[in-house]
Write a protein that binds this ligand. Structure first.
Ligand SMILES: [Zn+2]
Length: 192
């Protein structure tokens, strides 16, 4: 199972250590950015725009081709990490979040906030052992049904706001049954 590790740029060394741990549980790390990180701070110069754009594309390809994202958050930093988390949630990749930082997206459907990297590795190891179609459920186990929007057709809570309906307005879309419904009539469960 391919797993993308996101972290502040300065934590690339830690990411490389986690790559080793991922391999030991049968996962393939795809966060190649960490292997090529060259400094403690990501320095972006306008004069290197073409190079930066190429790197952005590589990172997106690595993320998109993965089945899950593992976040190593730190007290500061991570601006690009947060952009990647948004993308992962939008395209339906479960995000396993570790570390001290909290952002609003930590409470999004598809997000799993865990106590430690070790907990995240346990969850990833479990998912790597089951067929591909079951991995999402294993990764998100216990992290659904927490006040999220429920699908009016099938009742499932794996509903996202990123799809657009035919007229271009934002709509909810059920990941399970593909039903689309307007954002003005959400139905929520009462669990906290
Ligand atoms: Zn549904």
């Amino acid at each position: 199972m391919r797993v993308y590790v996101g972290a502040p740029y300065g934590a690339a060394g830690r990411v490389k250590d986690v790559h080793g741990l991922l391999r030991s549980i049968g996962c393939e790390p795809t966060s190649h950015w960490a292997e090529f990180a060259t400094s403690e701070v990501e320095i972006l110069k306008d004069s290197s725009a073409r190079q930066h754009r190429a790197q952005w594309h590589i990172n997106q390809d690595c993320l998109d081709s993965s089945e899950a994202m593992l976040v190593l958050s730190e007290p500061t930093g991570g601006a690009e990490l947060f952009a990647e988390v948004g993308r992962a949630l939008c395209i339906g990749r479960p995000v396993l979040w570790t570390g001290p930082r909290r952002i609003l997206s930590c409470y999004a459907p598809g997000m799993v906030v865990l106590q430690s990297v070790s907990d995240a590795l346990d969850r990833l190891a479990g998912a790597a052992k089951v067929p591909r179609e079951s991995r999402r459920d294993v990764l998100l186990a216990g992290f659904q049904g927490r006040g999220h929007i429920l699908c009016p057709r099938c009742g499932h809570d794996d509903v996202r706001s990123t799809a657009f309906s035919g007229d271009g307005s934002l709509a909810w879309k059920c990941h399970r049954c593909d039903a689309m419904f307007p954002r003005t009539t959400p139905k929520t469960d009462s669990a906290s």
